[in-house]
Each structure stands twice: as structure tokens, then as C-alpha cells.
Design a protein around this ligand. Sequence first.
Ligand code: F6R
Length: 621
Amino acid sequence: MCGIIGYVGSQNPKDILLDGLKRLEYRGYDSAGVAVFENGKSQVYRCEGRLENLERRLKEVQFAGHIGIGHTRWATHGAPNETNAHPHKIGAITLVHNGIIENYIDHKEKLLKMGRSIASDTDSEIVAHLFDIEVTRGLTLLQAMNTVLPTLRGSYAFVVMSEKEPELLIGVRNGAPLLLGVGEGENYVASDAQAVLHRTRQIVYLEDHQFAALTREKISVFNDRGEPLNHTVKRIDWSPEQAEKLGYRHYMLKEIHEQANAITNTIDGNIDHKRGVIACSELAFTRDVLASFKRIAITACGTARHAGLIGKSYFERFARIPVEVDYASEFRYRNPVIDSSTLLITISQSGETADTLAALREAKGLGSKTLSICNVRDSTLARESDVVLYTNAGPEIGVASTKAFTTQLVVLYMLSVEVGLARKTLTEAEAKELTSDLVRLPMLVESVLQKEDELEKIAIEYQADPSFFFIGRGCLYPVALEGALKLKEISYIHAEGYAAGELKHGPIALIDRSTVTIALASVDTPYSHLGTAYTTVLHEKVVSNIQEVRARGGRVISLVTEGNSHFDPISQHVVRMPRATWAMSPILYTIPLQLFAYYVALQRGTDVDKPRNLAKSVTVE
Ligand code: F6R
């Protein structure tokens, strides 16, 4: 949440800051602002709403300075208006902040007693006052870090500049991401590499409780006692072009279309071609360690949690190991019963989701081994986990997750085969079959993407409907949850995902002519080594569930395996999906739901890539 960028160098900072903010806008877009030093004085420009408002305001403004900071906000404390927008300037201090200062009210009361006037409702302004008090009594910014930081509780990242030291930026990280971009004769600080990758690939990741001082020539990193630390510069290989729209109208559509490639890249390097079997190259646990786990706990948020629910089916079927899946925000506060015999898997596109990080730390504290499935390299989650398996999906900019989800499923699938081999619940021949299935997946994904026009037409027909149910059984049930989430988050239409058999236990009361039910029912291609495709039974049960919907006047769109005509007489539309095995179906059935949500949202004129009230990376609890 909230994007931060800072620059110190010899160039005009205006374009650098605005350009950086544009790349960070997915982190929040309630307001935006920049501040630059002009003749030693900080000039602040802020606007409510999208970045374009700020760009318009700055059109005629020329900056003479070479140092500045910028911010795009996702509101936590205080309404999304100009007064609450960042940067906050108090006396000599100008500051941008991401995160939450939990004890800001105590500080605020003290500041009010001291006679300070507080303009905004934010916790961030309070921190600016605290720094101003310290520099006014003669401390340098670096010294002020040592006096102010210990008084703050919460999770935060901020960048501060002081008019008393106009060549310096200070960045602080504690629970919210912050990194440094190393240039030649210039340096950057940002909440996300995305903001600076088109300018430098040399990145220094700050750890929690560290802060950095940046001048034009130099960056220095300190621990929370102010002691200098060595820092490592990493080279990031994501090219800036990967993050552009490449002619697509929205990032989301581009990312939907990238899925075949993203899956290929995620599989790449994870197959032992001699044996023809999956072998995850980043899986640093030995077979013995993998075999020693008695259970798996998966924890994640939102779409990533839906991936976890499908992962549970994979692990249970291929590795016969008990798995529980939890919302990260619930897991951490329910005193989970886990220990060193539990493998804790966290799943996160960004690797910065506060709830997921907290769940990871909770599990580590309880002695579990931890494995993370992440898309963003060297993210906090990746760095703090015992083992990381990366989804090589490339940058995902659209706020609604698409290619990250399908590649998370691919990683979970590969991992479940590894665990199955380690536990000897899968034979080499079975693992080979599952591997060749996976290798064919990108081709099947391409063929599902060909259905875009059909999905667009259906979306046009249903875009005005007020309420949708998505239903499925087995591992298509989490796909139903995901389909409903995609639709509600970008089109703002009410949508619910249900296990198809659960509809009759209450929700069916809502079914009438005004509701649309999207039914997912595959008849899976049987495995030659792994027994029958029991979803054939499930598919017949979904037919009965649809009959129940039809009997109450509900309209139905069905997604079924080609050649299956059972749904034709009971559906308004039938989308035919390619034949595939059990484990591939959830990946394939997700794609038409993404396209459907996209085209409904397009019809309704919502901001597809930046839906209201959302942020790409949720770094607050
Ligand atoms: C929905 C969506 C969110 C994220 C969730 C977790 O489309 O993107 O539900 O899945 O906020 O984010 P990550 O995966 O970054 O931990």
C-alpha cells in the first residue's frame, strides 16, 4: 500500500518522480504528491485522486533542484483528500510514509500539549513533527533517527528530507518494503523495484529495522542503533519492457494473455529431462526432509489463498499428506497447532503482504520449516523463508491477480509431485505422467485464450446483471471462489463463489430470475497410472445442482469439457473447454473467468487495472 519514490542526483527530479509514481500507482491511488528542494527550501505539491491530477498541476511548474520525494497514497488514517496527502511538510522536515504508526495518538496528544498544530488526520504528519522537533534542537537527520525511531510502534517505511541538510535523503524500513536503486552520480529510494528498474538494475534491499542515508555520490546503510552496515547490491533482471502494456488496453488483459508464457517460464528449469520428471531446482529441502513432514499448513490472502486451496487437493491426492489452508490474517491470531513436523507454505505474488509475512514469522517462531511461493524476487517473504520457489510470471501490474495465480498453481503442482515422490505415494511412472501433462499445459492455455471473443460476447450480454454465483466441486470449487473475486473486484458486481453442493444449504434462497449462476464442471481425462477420474461423478452432481437453480428461474452459464452435452438443455450459454486431466482443469477453467470479469468491467467502464478501494500490495494488517 502506498508507493514511495525518492531521488538525489544531478537531473531534474520532476520526471523521475512522476514517472516512478506512475509505476507505483498500483500500490494506491487515493492521492499523490511530490516535494523537491528549491534553493534549500522544500516545495510540496499534492493532489487528491489519481496521479494525473498531480501531473496536470505540475505541467507548467519547473524545478531547479536535484533532490525530491514522491508518494501515491492508499488511505489508512484520514480521508483521501489533499490535506491528508503526502508529502507532509512540518518546519524543516518533509516526509512520505507507507504503513501504520500504531501509537500515533499518544504522540499526537503530546504534540498538541506542546502547542503544535496538526493539520491532517494522518499518523504520518505526527512523525514529521517528531523529526522536526529533533532537528530544531540541533540534531542531524541521522542523529534524529536514533531518537525518533525507538518511539514509534507499528509497521512503516518512510523517506525524510530536512532543509538543514538539503543534499541528503533518509529512508527507513520497518515492516513495509523499501529499497535503494544505485545509479552513477545519483541514487534512488523506492517502495518497489518497479519504480526504478528503468533507470537502474542495481538494487539494495533494506531489511526491517534498517535505515539508509542517500546522497548523490553514496548510499550508507545503518542498523537501528545507527551503526553502519555492509550492504549487498543485487542485479534485477526484470526488464522494464516486461512491465509495459505492449499495446494491450489494460495490464490485466496483457497479463491474462501472458499466462502460457508465464507458465512455460515457471516450469523451465524444473524438469529433470533425463528422467522426464519434475525436479524443482530451487527446492533446497532434501527428499528426507520432505518425507519427514507430517502435515502441511498453507497460509495466504485473497487470490493466493485460492491457489492454496487447490494446492491442498494436489498435495492430498499426489502426496497423501494432510493439508490445512488458512487466511493469513486468521492463522497468525489463532494460536495455530504447528511444530517442526509441519511444513508451512506461504503464497504471495508480492511477497510483501503484511498478514502473510506475519503468519510466516508466527510459524517460524513455532519451529516450522517454511517454504514460500513468490513472484517478486528477493521480496521480504522470499528473504525470510527457509526455501523459496519462484513463479516466473514477470511483473504483475494489474491490481487483480491473474498470471500470478495460475503460475502459483503450477508451482504447487510441481511441489506436490516432489513431496509425493519423497513420501513414495507417487511412483516414478506416475510422476512422469504428471510431468508430461504439465509440459502440455501452455498449449492448452493458448487454446483457452482463443475463447476470448466468445467470453466477450457473453460478458456484454450479462454486464448489467446485479448478482452472480460461481459454483464448482472438488478443485473447481476454489476456482469458483476466484471467479467471483475477479468479477466483484473489477466490475463491482455482487458475486459469490460456492461449493456447488452447498448452494442448497442456504444461498439458494437468493436464486431467482435476476441471478446468474456460472457452473464449472469438467469431465477429466483419466490418468493412465493414477486411477479413475472421480470428477466424472462430481460433474453429474453439478448437473443436479444446476437443475435446482433452473427450477427457481435462475440463469446459467456453464463451463464444461468439450463433448459434454449434459449442460446444453439447462444452460443459457455453454463454454466448451479442452479435454484435460484433473489437476490441469483448475488452471484452465480460471482463464475464461478472468476474461469474463475483464470484459464485464470494460463494459461497465470501471478502472480495470486500478479498481476502487484496492491496492496491489497490502502491506498493512
Ligand atoms: C485479487 C488479489 C488479492 C491478492 C492478495 C494477496 O485479485 O490480487 O486478493 O491475491 O492481496 O496478495 P499477494 O499475493 O501479493 O500476497
